[in-house]
Design a protein around this ligand. Structure first.
Ligand SMILES: Cc1cc2nc3c(=O)[nH]c(=O)nc-3n(C[C@H](O)[C@H](O)[C@H](O)COP(=O)(O)OP(=O)(O)OC[C@H]3O[C@@H](n4cnc5c(N)ncnc54)[C@H](O)[C@@H]3O)c2cc1C
Length: 469
C-alpha cells in the first residue's frame, strides 16, 4: 500500500519530492511540544496549488487520511496519526506580489513569516502584525491556520485580523478563493466582500477544513518611532490594573506582563510590565508619557528598558527577562507542555492567582520531578489578555514526562473553567480539554467538517474526536 501511495504522489510532484524512508517519516511526526505522535506512511512536498489539489483529490478518492504541515512550530501536539500522508508546504514559499498602493502582499502558504517581512522592510513596509515568537521559522499558512497571537497584539490585534483573502484547497480537491478575490474580475483587497466571510472558518481551525495555499495579507508602513518602557510592581494586581488602564487609553502598541517564572535578571518585584509604543514621533511621545503616568499611579517602578527593546527588535522570548537564550534554557533538553488562552483583563488577576495556588499545592511534586515554571506571562490583546503558562520538564525522565503531561491536563481543565480562559492555541494536546465544553459551537464545527470533508481525510482526529465526527 505504502509503495502505491508513494508512486501515485510521485506522479504528481516528482519522485524527488516524495519520501517513504523511515528516517524522513520519523522527522515529520512531532511538533515542538512534548506530545508523542504517529509516523506518516509517506511525506510529500508540493510546490503549487495545482499539486496540492491533485494530492488531496487522490487522497479523497482513496479515502486516505492526510495531514498538513508547515514548519511544525506549534507546542500543542501535531496530532499526526500512524500511516497518514504528510503534506509539507515549505516548497510553496514564494512572495508573489507586494502592492504598496493596495497595501497587501500575496504569498504562498509555505513562505516563512519573517522572510516575507524582510522583503517588505527593504522598502519601509511590514506585515500588519509582526508575527508571534515563532516568526523566524513558522509559515504564513500555518500561522493563519492556528491564528497565532502576535507581538503587537495590544494595538494590532490577532494574526487573522489582517487576512484580506485566502486561497484554499478543500478536502475534495476543489480550490476556493475568498472575499473580493472570489470574483475573478476583482482584486483581493477586501475580506468582507461578496457576502459571508468565507476566510473566517479556515482561520484558527488548524487545517481541518482545507489546506491554505495562498494568503493575501495587509501591510503597513513601518512607524516612524518606537519607544520602550519597563516597570516593576510589588503586587501583581497593580501590574494588571496598570496594563488595563493603558489598554483602555490605547496608549501602547504592545504590553507584556510577567506574572510568574524567573524574575528578570537583576530585578526585584512580584510582576513586571513591558511597554512598547510605535507611532509618529509626537504621538509616540504623548502615548508613552500617558503609559508612564498610569504605571506610576499603580505603584509601578520605572526600570531600564533595554530588555524590552531587545525583545521587541529581536523577537527573542528570553529577553523578556533580560537574558540571552543560552543560560535561560540551560543545558538540559526541556519540553514545555503549554496551556495558553484568552481571559478578560478583569479576570486576569484571578487566573494568575489560580495558577499560583496550583503551583503552591504542588511544590513537593515540582521538586521531585524537576519541574520549572518558565513563564506565567501575558500579551495584552485589544480586549483582554493572552495568558500562557509554561512549565518545563526534562523529557529524558519518564516520570517527569508523565507528570508534565498530567499537569498540563489539570492546568487546562481548571483554567478553562474556574480561570474562565478560552484557549488560543489548540492542537491535539489541548483540544480534548475544551471542545466538549463548547456545546452547540462544537456541534457547528462538526457539521462544517462533515459537510466539507465527508470522508474525514484532512487532519483526522484534530479538534474533532474521530468517533464524534
Ligand atoms: C519559539 C516559538 C515561539 C512561539 N511564540 C508564539 C506566540 O507568541 N504566539 C503564538 O500564538 N504562537 C507562538 N508559537 C507557535 C507558532 O507561532 C505557531 O504554531 C506557528 O505560527 C504555526 O506555523 P507552522 O508553519 O509551524 O505550522 P504547523 O505547526 O506546521 O501547523 C500548525 C497547524 O496548522 C495546520 N497547517 C499548517 N499549514 C497549513 C496550511 N497551509 N493550511 C491549513 N492548515 C495548515 C497544521 O495541520 C497544524 O494543525 C511559537 C512557536 C515557537 C517555536
Amino acid at each position: 500500500m505504502r509503495e502505491n501511495v508513494a508512486t501515485a504522489l510521485a506522479a504528481i510532484v516528482g519522485p524527488e519530492h516524495v519520501s517513504d524512508r523511515l528516517v524522513d517519516r520519523l522527522c515529520y511526526s512531532r511538533d515542538c511540544g512534548p506530545d508523542k505522535a504517529g509516523i506518516p506512511s509517506v511525506v510529500v512536498r508540493p510546490a503549487t496549488t495545482e499539486e496540492v489539489s491533485a494530492i488531496v483529490r487522490w487522497a479523497n478518492d482513496h479515502r486516505h487520511p492526510l495531514y498538513t504541515r508547515g514548519r511544525a512550530t506549534t507546542f500543542l501536539g501535531s496530532g499526526v496519526k500512524d500511516g497518514v500522508i504528510l503534506l509539507e508546504t515549505t516548497r510553496m514559499n514564494r512572495v508573489e506580489r507586494i502592492d504598496t498602493a493596495a497595501r497587501l502582499v500575496v504569498a504562498q502558504a509555505g513562505a516563512i513569516w519573517h522572510g516575507i517581512d524582510a522583503d517588505l522592510r527593504r522598502d519601509g513596509w511590514e506585515l500588519g502584525v509582526p508575527g508571534g515568537g515563532g516568526l523566524f521559522s513558522c509559515t504564513i499558512g500555518g500561522t493563519v491556520a492556528v491564528n497565532a497571537t502576535p507581538h503587537g497584539a495590544t494595538e494590532y490585534g490577532m494574526t487573522g485580523d489582517h487576512v484580506l483573502a485566502l486561497e484554499v484547497v478543500l478536502p475534495t480537491g476543489d480550490v476556493v478563493r475568498t472575499g473580493s478575490w472570489a470574483n475573478p474580475a476583482s482584486e483581493p483587497i477586501e475580506r468582507n466582500a461578496n457576502g459571508a466571510d468565507l476566510a473566517g472558518p479556515f482561520i484558527g481551525s488548524y487545517g481541518i477544513l482545507g489546506i491554505i495555499t495562498r494568503v493575501v495579507y495587509r501591510i503597513q508602513r513601518i512607524p516612524e518611532c518606537e519607544l520602550f518602557r519597563f516597570y516593576a510592581f510589588d503586587e501583581y494586581r497593580d501590574a494588571v490594573e496598570a496594563a488595563t488602564g493603558i489598554q483602555g487609553r490605547g496608549a501602547a502598541t504592545f504590553l507584556v506582563g510577567l506574572f510568574g517564572g524567573p524574575k528578570p535578571t537583576g530585578e526585584e518585584g512580584d510582576a513586571f510590565l513591558h511597554v512598547v509604543v510605535r507611532d509618529r514621533a509626537v504621538a509616540a511621545d504623548a502615548r508613552v508619557r500617558e503609559a508612564e503616568a498610569i504605571c506610576e499611579s499603580h505603584r509601578g517602578r520605572p526600570r531600564p528598558a533595554e530588555g524590552t527593546r531587545h525583545y521587541w527588535q529581536e523577537h527573542m522570548y528570553s529577553w523578556l527577562r533580560n537574558t540571552a537564550p543560552g543560560p535561560y534554557y540551560s543545558d538540559r533538553p526541556f519540553f514545555c507542555p503549554e496551556v495558553a488562552g484568552f481571559v478578560s483583563s478583569r479576570g486576569l488577576a484571578d487566573a494568575v492567582a489560580l495558577f499560583r495556588t496550583m503551583k503552591a499545592e504542588r511544590e513537593r511534586e515540582f521538586e521531585t520531578h524537576g519541574i520549572r515554571v518558565k513563564g506565567v506571562d501575558a500579551y495584552f490583546s485589544r480586549n483582554g489578555a493572552y495568558l500562557w503558562i509554561d512549565t518545563l520538564y526534562d523529557e529524558r525522565q519518564p516520570d517527569a514526562w508523565a507528570y508534565g503531561m498530567q499537569l498540563r491536563s489539570e492546568v487546562a481543565e481548571r483554567m478553562f473553567t474556574e480561570g474562565r480562559m478560552s484557549p488560543g492555541g489548540l492542537g491535539a494536546g489541548i483540544s480534548p480539554h475544551i471542545m466538549p465544553k463548547l456545546g452547540t459551537a462544537y456541534g457547528l464545527l462538526q457539521s462544517m467538517k462533515r459537510m466539507l470533508d465527508p470522508n474525514g481525510i484532512l487532519n483526522p482526529g484534530l479538534l474533532i474526536d474521530e468517533e464524534e465526527r
